[in-house]
Design a protein around this ligand. Structure first.
Ligand code: NDP
Length: 355
């Protein structure tokens, strides 16, 4: 028998879809990704998604300041604690909100509590041309499903310089929260590229470890929201290099030693000493496994074919979260669209006489 609903993903959209689908007695199956895959490690597409790579989440409703650790100890089951740190490691409590990995573990736990089945596998290929759909997994197995919810999120972009490639994991990173604490960055100057909320957040975070943080901004203004930009601009350890781009990552045989900047306004170039470069220049949706079988927009995001519905170009396939959102990209909006996708899948199954 094919599955009723398979959900691919591991972020707020996927777990919210799972909570709704499980409560509707659809017995959902979630493929949360393979935690041992090197590409997943590099791309930040591991179980629990992008939020597992963040620190405080201050804008997800219902998490005011408080002792989240005490709550986590009662809410999470021991078998659901596979993220890098856990409540016993004396990690600092967020002053506002909750830590990203904790929030994600709570969502997954809630989905499991209602009977969601979770498998740590990657879906590498799909056949959406006939019912039931076939999903091929990284271990060579496959499953069939009547409806599919695609909530695979998006991954961090890099500049695409050969010198950047050469120093990946040797000083070049796209995740300050994952790598910022590494000894090679301690008390050294660091570079953050980008001017959005992510760049401001990462630069501010890195000031905890670095002697100084340069923000390399290609225009003369930030893209970030005012509150995030102000926080970075007011930080005495952050210096913004306006109207500049990184032309080359410099390094020795072991790791990054600096970056060469070029001016975007015709000014002189400049070389900065730095032990690391963190890219925070936006994201690319994780759609490779779809192999062109769903309609995408020019940025590669899955297109919702009907306004305010999670329908995609394939009947019975629904999309939720950042993979279909190049605009809002918030945890709470992803969760909302996960709910919509589950309700849409339930209605599709009812309409076709399967439930
Ligand atoms: P954004 O797309 O908002 O910003 C990307 C930044 O990178 C821009 O400043 C862009 O410059 C710059 N950039 C892109 N390509 C290059 C390049 N090749 N060289 C140099 N600079 C480049 O991405 P974010 O990841 O910052 O944010 C995505 C979404 O997530 C947003 O909606 C944001 O609000 C949200 N977010 C919210 C957070 C929070 O509220 N706590 C934290 C982090 C993200 P330019 O401005 O010139 O285009």
């Amino acid at each position: 028998m094919p599955e009723n609903v398979v959900i691919i993903g591991s972020g707020p959209a996927a777990w919210t879809a799972a909570i709704y689908a499980a409560r509707a007695q659809l017995n959902p199956l979630v493929f949360q990704g393979n935690p041992f895959d090197d590409k997943n490690k590099q791309n930040g597409t591991l179980p629990l998604g992008q939020l597992a790579l963040t620190t405080e989440v201050e804008n997800f409703p219902s998490w005011p300041a408080g002792d989240t650790r005490a709550y986590l100890q009662t809410a999470l089951k021991p078998d659901d604690v596979d993220f890098p740190y856990w409540v016993a490691d004396n990690k600092e409590q967020p002053t506002e909100g909750i830590n990203g990995p904790e929030l994600m573990a709570l969502m997954r736990q809630q989905a499991k509590n209602f009977g969601t089945r979770v498998e740590s596998k990657d879906v590498v290929k799909v056949d959406l041309s006939k019912q039931p759909f076939t999903l091929h997994l990284h271990d060579g197995t496959s499953v069939e499903t009547r409806t599919l919810i695609v909530s695979t999120g998006a991954r961090a972009n890099y500049l695409g310089l050969p010198s950047e490639d050469k120093y990946k994991n040797r000083g070049v990173s796209a995740c300050a929260v994952c790598d910022g604490f590494l000894p090679i960055f301690r008390n050294k100057p660091l570079v953050v590229v980008g001017a959005g909320d992510s760049a401001c957040e990462e630069a501010t975070y890195l000031t905890k470890f670095a002697s100084k943080v340069y923000m390399v901004v290609r225009r003369d203004k930030m893209r970030a929201s005012k509150i995030m930009a102000d926080r970075a601009l007011k930080n005495p350890k952050i210096e913004v290099k306006w109207n500049t781009v990184v032309e080359e990552v410099l390094g020795n045989e072991k790791h990054v030693t600096g970056v060469r900047l070029a001016s975007t306004t015709g000014g002189p170039g400049e070389t900065l000493d730095a032990a690391g470069m963190f890219c925070a220049i936006g994201h690319t949706p994780n759609v490779g496994f779809l192999d062109g079988q769903l309609k995408l927009n020019e940025g590669g995001y899955v297109v919702w074919t009907t306004v305010a519905r999670s329908y995609t170009s394939a009947d019975g396939v629904f999309a939720a979260g950042d993979v279909a959102d190049d605009y809002y990209r918030q945890a709470v909006s992803a969760a909302g669209t996960g709910c919509m996708a589950a309700l849409d899948a339930e209605r599709w199954l009812g309409h076709h006489g399967h439930v």
